[in-house]
Design a protein. Structure first.
Length: 129
């Protein structure tokens, strides 16, 4: 929990644990890795706090899955991940194949890869549609 204390007050951590009781069973290494993966995408403390408070399930997600998602998004030239994650923290719940599905749908709608990437960056919630 030391990792979370760098971003949150004690009462905020308790609230996060109420929303996702599995946080307390997560290893310190995995918590650190999840936060580092996000920080490496230029997520500052404000953005990190927003992501985690909105979607505390991210803390118990397998860091390898998050890393694969980030790699897939970058593969499609979605470069400002900090903005996308801040705008729609639930994007981090997606798997790489769901990102592929989004781009396949957009191509069928005659959208270019560049247009689809820009749309996902600016309106990441559209991945749900």
């Amino acid at each position: 929990m030391e990792v979370l204390r760098q971003l949150f007050r004690e009462e905020e951590i308790k609230r996060l644990e109420e929303q996702n009781p599995y946080i307390k069973y997560q290893s310190k290494e995995n918590l650190k890795r999840v936060i580092k993966l996000l920080a490496d995408q230029k997520c500052n403390n404000r953005v990190l706090r927003n992501i985690i408070q909105t979607n505390p399930n991210i803390l118990t997600r397998d860091p390898d899955d998050i890393e694969e998602l980030i790699y897939k998004l970058k593969e499609y030239h979605v470069l400002h991940l900090e903005k996308a994650f801040d705008e729609y923290p639930y994007l981090l719940d997606k798997n790489a194949y769901e990102v592929d599905g989004y781009f396949i749908r957009k191509q069928k709608e005659n959208m270019t890869l560049e247009e689809a990437s820009k749309q996902l960056e600016e309106k990441p919630y559209l991945i749900e549609v």
